[in-house]
Design a protein around this ligand. Sequence first.
Ligand SMILES: Cc1ncc(COP(=O)(O)O)c(C=O)c1O
Length: 460
Amino acid sequence: MRIYDALSTYSKKDAVPMHMPGHKRYAYDYLVGAPLDITEIDGFDDLHDADGLLREAMDNAARVWGSRHAFFCVNGSTGGILAAIHACAPRGKKILVAQNCHKSVWHAIELCQLMPVHISPPVEEDFDIFASIDAKVVENTLDENQNIAAVVITSPTYEGVISDISAICAAAHQHNVPVIVDEAHGAHLGFAPFPDGAVRAGADIVVQSLHKTLPSLTQTAIVHLCGDLIDPAVFRRSKNLLETSSPSYLLMASCDGCAHLLGSDTEPLNGWANVLDLFYARTAKLRHLRIFRPRGRGSVFAHDPSKIVISTRGTSMTGVELMRRLREEFAIELEMASGDYVLAMTGFGTTREHITRLSDALKAIDETLTVSAQPAPILLPPPAEQVMRPADAVAAPKLCLPVDSTEGEIAADYLWAYPPGIPLLAPGQRINRAVLDAIVALRVRGVVLREEIDVVEESL
Ligand SMILES: Cc1ncc(COP(=O)(O)O)c(C=O)c1O
């Protein structure tokens, strides 16, 4: 039985709720979903030690995605990533992380007092976005660094760039090192006609936000365990340590409903892919704006077409301006603008009308653009050198300085634009000119970044 059906049946019983939550299932106008919002009462299992309704739901999700074990998360991929890293990398170890990891990866590194060893994805220069991680670089880095506890890769990236996870796993598994894939943006991968995902590619832990691309409530996520390098009991322990002891049944019903939908009716995925084809066809002849469609391009292993990346590079307009024009002139709200591009994120619920409005708006804006003679700045410099563990830098005596005057200092905090929440600077990194120049260039392009940052006092 689906969790939603069990909740609906129960809500119709005349049971006296002498248990949490305090609203007692009374639907105050601001309490959407209150009639179904219960706690771990008889018959409704316990997420942290599931052996009934929730166990069945998570086993079904594992079947639908093809993993060995699935775990529902009510704190988004953020919670799943914290638990995954905690499970693989006990305190003080080294961890191999790609430069474009989300802030939740950094928070896990800080929490577990790990030392990050960086790998930098190449930059897809035409669009100024990170391309795929090369498995050879992972292999070489593992050869050069002993005692790496895990490899963490973001695939797909915010912009839909997918890495060759099978090859990365082959390299890591030779060293007996588990691979954690942050697939927050790719819960739909592996379902035709979308590209394959990390579960099928054999990653050890795959963390997926259901809410980002699939029909599921915000905060819902799933963690999949796939191989036998990770003991499910160890992962469960880490997850229990970091997640609320009162998980929302509305969120868990949403995870379960989403899994049942994907397991029974994949036709909407074809509909979604068809409207994407329509978008790419309708925008093929833009004169100035460029749409990312890297079929067969060297540095991009594969691309998820559901992430529509539109570059303003070489025109008189920045990404932030394009995002503002789409909002103000066409009532289209995008996911993100970075230096010279914007990201329009589509999902299971995207309709032909959404796509038509977006493509018509882009055509209208394209007509108004002119070519810019300005050279393109470097907005994605290599990561600054990591000279201390992030946790040590955060704990050290610090001073707050204007960012522009910190060259040579060691950062004691993060600096990122949100979204995407990928640090330009992280604690323990020696701040260099290239990173400061990128920060200035991003600000000139209207990207909002903090003006001050904490630095480690000893480094002054
Ligand atoms: C790459 C990546 N990983 C993880 C997360 C965290 O996901 P959630 O919002 O589900 O916690 C995000 C959020 O935007 C993200 O972009």
